[in-house]
Design a protein around this ligand. Structure first.
Ligand code: S3P
Length: 438
């Protein structure tokens, strides 16, 4: 493999070895944001040293938070400012490619009375929907403006006094839920969020650990209620590995003949581990070993070996939020199942870093995949014979890594353009791949 933006991957090799996946992206963002809201110091270990969480660090520094230079694999300490202590920055806050940074910061800043903020992102982020955050926050008194009637960044926020209220979110999105909960910390009274299906709950877990008055109620924990009367106190946070990064190896080992991998340090939070249910449906050959709990999050290592005769699967309904970032690699998996797999209710994929339904269908077809794109999903006919191809991540990190795994199944050498998009969530992906190739 070479080191420029085009990566070459040879098909035919099996994958063997032990991999420790990097820190969880969602928890890394939250460790900085919630640590900033706390009084006192927060010690962070296992932070994901990749572009997205580093964008959050950069924005928070501009807001006056004391965050040291973050070095790869080194624990560090930040000093919080309390709920109301953020300063009005002189510069525009650049969220890069990171939807989590932008949406959570909108929630954090909406209630900073009398202060003004401007947020922007890269070309992809500035096309993604922000009305899903700015509209509910405006019900609380938030003054948030943006292009296309508040729908798109650049976003400007005139910090205002917020009042708690009951908000039903139209999409099961942890980013939207988290933005409202963060705003609720700085609103009068009680704020209640009701989701259509439960999304990842890292914000709730972490806020509780920092001392917030937060309660999870309702059927399947879809109603979250927060009161603004508690001071948050700095904590020690140990961040587990990201199951969304582990997913590439779990699927790769399952579909690449002759593979045997142990993936260590995977966060197994039940609101994130939907992929394991799909792997069960497929009949994958895996075992969870070394289970434990760190910082209130279940973790484990997973040993995976190639499985023969993988069965097709259907992804639909309430499981979607639990595997939302794994759809690209599951699409690759479906190409190697015996029969027709279906991904439904997945419209959200169209507003990720790219339109992931369109991009995955377009790119995998170049290898010879049989995929039909639907409005809200994909139909994939398996038993594919992949030939080598020249494919393109189209700047999407998860597409880049999914195409790398797909290339392992193709005859000959494939080329992936803009492969370094992976730096957003998994900078060491290509080194890890090289180490696993036998
Ligand atoms: C995230 C939530 C999900 C996910 C994203 C990270 C988070 O987005 O796709 O990668 O950290 O809250 P949505 O909230 O838009 O579903």
């Amino acid at each position: 493999m070479n080191t420029n933006h085009i990566r070459t991957v040879k098909g035919g090799a099996s994958l063997q070895g032990i991999i420790k996946v990097p820190g969880d992206k969602s928890i890394s963002h939250r460790s900085l944001i919630i640590g900033s809201l706390a009084e006192g110091e927060t010690n962070i270990e296992g932070f994901l040293h990749s572009e997205d969480p580093l964008s959050t660090a950069d924005c928070l520094r501009k807001l006056g938070v004391d965050i040291p230079e973050i070095k790869k694999e080194e624990p560090f300490t930040i000093k919080g400012l309390g709920i109301n202590g953020f300063k009005e920055p002189k510069e525009i806050l650049n969220c890069g490619n990171s939807g989590t940074t932008m949406r959570l910061l909108i929630g954090l800043l909406a209630g900073q009375e009398g202060k003004n903020f401007i947020l922007t992102g890269d070309t992809s982020l500035n096309e993604r929907p922000m009305g899903r955050v700015s509209k509910p926050l405006s019900l609380m008194g938030g003054k948030i403006y943006g292009r296309e009637k508040g729908e798109k960044a650049p976003i400007s926020i005139a910090g205002n006094k917020l009042k708690g209220c009951v908000i039903g979110t139209p999409v099961a999105s942890a980013q939207v839920k988290s933005a409202i909960l963060l705003a609720g910390l700085n609103a009068t009274g009680t704020t209640s969020v009701i989701e259509p299906a439960s999304s990842r709950d890292h914000t709730e877990r972490m806020l509780k650990a920092f001392g917030a008055d937060i309660n999870i109620r309702g059927e399947l924990g879809r109603n979250i209620v927060i009161k603004s009367d508690k001071v948050l106190t700095g904590q020690n946070i140990l961040i587990p590995g990201d199951i969304s990064s582990a997913a590439f190896w779990l699927i790769a080992a399952s579909i690449v003949p002759g593979s045997d991998i142990l993936v260590k340090n995977i966060g197994l939070n039940p609101t994130r581990s939907g992929i394991l249910k799909i792997m069960d449906m497929m009949g994958c050959n895996y075992e969870i070993v070394e289970k434990s709990t760190i910082a209130g999050e279940p973790i484990g290592s997973i040993s995976v070996k190639t499985a023969n005769n993988l069965m097709p699967f259907k992804v639909e309904g309430d499981i979607l939020p639990k595997l939302i970032d794994e759809i690209p690699i599951l699409t690759v998996a479906a190409c190697f199942c015996n029969g027709v797999s279906e991904i439904k209710d997945a419209k959200e994929l169209r507003v990720k870093e790219t339109d992931r339904l369109k991009v995955m269908a377009r790119q995998l077809k170049k290898f010879g995949a049989n995929i039909t794109e639907k409005e809200d999903g994909l139909i994939i006919t398996g038993e594919s014979k992949f030939s080598s191809a020249e494919v393109d991540s189209e700047t999407d990190h998860r597409v880049s890594m999914s195409l790398a795994i797909a290339s392992l199944l193709a005859k000959g050498s494939s080329k992936i353009a803009r492969a370094d998009a992976s730096r957003v969530s998994y900078p060491s992906f290509w080194d890890d791949l090289e180490n696993l190739i036998n």
